[in-house]
Design a protein around this ligand. Structure first.
Ligand code: SAH
Ligand code: TYD
Length: 393
């Protein structure tokens, strides 16, 4: 299917740069033999990840807590009892995960090509190399630091088009008794919730348990366990190790069977998904157009990467949304990709409160509702579109 002409999802831009904005065709396709949803065309990595990368992991407190738990479970699980363990994280961003290893004095290395966020991590004393992870870099890491006890990756494996080169690199980097733990937005959740905003330039793959098992096995890495995660609107954590080195948890077979029952292996499932996306778009625009016609003030909440797909696919413009409020300094004062809706500091959300907040950061709903009690108490309402379009107090 095609979501049409799309800009870079995190490409928040200065007004002066509007004339040179880059666009590509956002079209995901289902690959039956791999069981994966994959973009047909992805912009080159240097267009997405560079010294002005706008996604800063540390902006959500809930995500800070999530990565603290992730690190603790790794330290108390696979790293337990190991002498001088070494942890490598791919896509370590501002150090949201690795700071927990650093605090425990554990040897670590982050691999982070976006230099601005890598610098934020280094400022906290987190060892970081600014490069794209691939097999050649894995070889360099092994020669400089030795092999890793654990390789971690959150919300990045699905970003890298040359998956087989990356997996070969991880297989080389891991000790024979090492463990790979990664998590990404989950295909099953996207299909169930029609959360089509998970599809954007960075997400070249939308993985499932089935597709991960198939992609990693040829490199000698077997799926040992899987754990569903609530983050990013529905994610899956995959735990892999060199085949035969650890017992396989019953969860793997349970999830493989669940995916069959959900018919994630059937093309018709994706035909239905496409129709659901079209329905969601029509429902959202009906609501936004009636609000515009009634003179209601609507402000976007959270300049997420995901919102770039929603805004540009649905045709949301300044007529519908006055501005987008966001806590990330690098996004503030910029224009949203494609539609050029201004992004303003989060504090402006209450000056004065709008009639409606269009919840682009729907995956952080609990955290946002907790902060915005005064908005709803004063009669403000949220517009949300996952799993379906609703206006809620
Ligand atoms: N792990 C963090 C950041 C996810 S965003 C979190 O979950 O919040 C994805 C990150 O991966 C970005 O910081 C991006 O610069 C980085 N990245 C993209 N391609 C990469 C690659 N090939 N190797 C390592 N990191 C990469
Ligand atoms: P997020 O949903 O994590 O990511 P993605 O870019 O992957 O779609 O992005 C959350 C965005 O929402 C980020 O720009 C920060 C912003 N935000 C707020 O403005 N206020 C908040 O309370 C929270 C939790 C996030």
């Amino acid at each position: 299917m095609s979501f049409g002409r799309m800009p870079i999802a995190n490409g928040f831009l200065d007004p002066a740069d509007v004339a040179h904005e880059y666009f590509f065709e956002l079209s995901p396709a289902f690959c039956e033999p791999c069981g994966v949803i994959q973009l047909v065309e992805q912009p080159t990595p240097d267009r997405m990840f560079h010294g002005r990368y706008a996604f800063h992991s540390g902006t959500s407190r809930a995500m800070q807590a999530h990565f603290q738990k992730f690190a603790t479970s790794t330290i108390e699980g696979p790293l337990h009892g190991r002498a001088d363990p070494f942890v490598v994280e791919i896509g370590s961003n501002d150090g949201i995960m690795l700071r927990n290893f650093k605090a425990r004095g554990i040897r670590h290395l982050g691999v982070e090509p976006s230099t601005n966020v890598a610098d934020l991590a280094r400022e906290q004393g987190i060892e970081t190399v600014s490069d794209f992870f691939r097999r050649a870099l894995a070889e360099r890491i092994v020669s400089e630091h030795g092999r890793a006890d654990t390789v971690l990756a959150a919300n990045v494996m699905c970003h890298i088009a040359d998956l087989h080169d990356v997996v070969a690199g991880i297989a080389h980097l891991l000790k024979p008794d090492g463990v790979l733990i990664f998590e990404d937005p989950y295909l099953g959740a996207m299909i169930e919730k029609t959360s089509y905003d998970q599809v954007y330039d960075e997400h070249v793959f939308m993985f499932s348990v089935t597709s991960v098992a198939r992609a990693f096995a040829p490199h000698g890495l077997a799926l040992m366990d899987v754990e569903e995660q609530p983050t990013h609107g529905g994610s899956m954590r995959y735990i892999l190790a060199p085949a035969g080195t650890r017992p396989v948890s019953p969860s793997v077979a349970i999830w493989l069977a669940r995916e069959k029952a959900q018919r994630l292996d059937r093309p018709e499932t994706y035909e239905r998904f496409r129709r659901n996306c079209e329905r969601s778009r029509a429902d959202l625009m009906r609501v936004l157009e009636s609000m515009r016609d009634d003179g209601r003030r609507v402000v976007g909440y959270g300049a997420t990467s995901k919102s770039t797909t929603v805004i540009n696919y649905c045709g949301i413009t300044l007529e519908h949304v006055a501005f987008i409020a966001d806590t990330t300094p690098i996004k503030q004062g910029k224009l949203s990709p494609g539609a050029h809706i201004p992004v303003r500091p989060a504090e402006e959300f209450s000056k004065p409160y709008p009639d409606y907040a269009l919840l682009f950061a729907w995956n952080h709903e609990a955290e946002i509702r907790g902060k915005e009690r005064a908005f709803t108490a004063s009669g403000g309402r949220f517009i949300t579109y996952v799993p379906n379009v609703r206006v809620v107090s």
